[in-house]
Design a protein around this ligand. Structure first.
Ligand code: B1M
Length: 208
């Protein structure tokens, strides 16, 4: 038994085995980070490489995503740092035109686990919805995810809309094609390469 079994089950689009193997690793006391990174996330990276190579197509990517989500749900309670009073409100979503939600869901889970109140707007979210919801919820942070180079401009328009609305709400961005340089270029308040980093970033922004 190892995280390699989880990796293989995601690549076989075998949701039942992903669930069983993930639970088995949790029960065996395997580090949650290792289950997540070596089992689930690395399998999705492999799926992406096979897609780029023309060996897999969109329906297979979708089945792999379903299998990964099943494993992620089991990890959710273990990603929590502890409960208590809300540390702040974070409105999160995948930007307009983009339907990828696994990374965004992971960031949302970790934010919740760290004690933030998270309002998840889902995928394909336009600037107006981010601004309106952040105002309604008195959000401290708007967190934007994008997985496509073609949807990165939606991040720019959302950051611009937040500034034009004169809101104090901070904006953070992340997702595979996104970089610190892009965050600087569009005037976002922060960038993180991964979900734990996004939590750390929000904590830093809220004390600054
Ligand atoms: Co798509 N897809 N996809 N896809 N897909 C990618 C992103 C791609 C890199 C694959 C490839 O070509 N190698 C490529 C993008 C190329 C590019 O633009 N550079 C691609 C493409 C081209 C497409 C379509 C256009 C394919 C088509 O239709 N011809 C299409 C677009 C649809 C759309 O969005 N409009 C499409 C569709 C899909 C599916 C729907 C089938 C499915 C998504 C299902 C779902 O999410 N519910 C899918 C999948 C599964 C992938 C790959 C294989 C896996 C993505 C994933 O979930 N990774 C992906 C290849 C890859 O990324 N290796 C690919 C696991 C997840 C945990 O990682 O989301 O990166 P990730 O999140 C990370 C970090 O990025 C970060 O934290 C997480 C780790 O801790 N992070 C943040 C994410 N958001 C953050 C926000 C933050 C901070 C950190 O702060 C706010």
């Amino acid at each position: 038994m190892s995280t390699q079994d989880i990796f293989s089950a995601v690549l076989a689009f075998d949701e039942a085995t992903v669930t069983a193997k993930t639970q088995a690793e949790i029960d065996a006391g395997t580090a949650i980070d290792s289950i997540l990174n070596d089992g689930l996330i690395s399998a999705m990276d492999e799926v992406g490489e096979r897609f780029s190579a023309g060996e897999l197509f969109v329906p297979e990517m979708l089945m792999a995503a379903q299998a990964m989500k099943a494993g992620l749900e089991l990890l959710k309670p273990h990603l929590a740092e502890g409960q208590g009073q809300s540390k702040g409100v974070v409105v999160i979503g995948t930007v307009k035109g983009d339907l990828h939600d696994i990374g965004k869901n992971l960031v949302a889970m970790m934010m919740e686990g760290a004690g933030f109140e998270v309002v998840d707007l889902g995928v394909d979210v336009d600037s107006e919805a981010f601004v309106r919801t952040a105002a309604e919820k008195k959000a401290d942070v708007i967190a934007l995810s994008a997985l496509l180079t073609t949807t990165m401009p939606s991040m720019e328009s959302t950051v611009k809309a937040v500034k034009e609305a004169g809101m104090a709400t901070r904006t953070i961005i992340g997702g595979a094609p996104v970089t610190q340089a892009f965050a600087d270029q569009i005037g976002a308040d922060g960038y993180s390469a991964d979900a734990p980093g996004a939590v750390k970033l929000v904590k830093e922004l809220l004390v600054a």
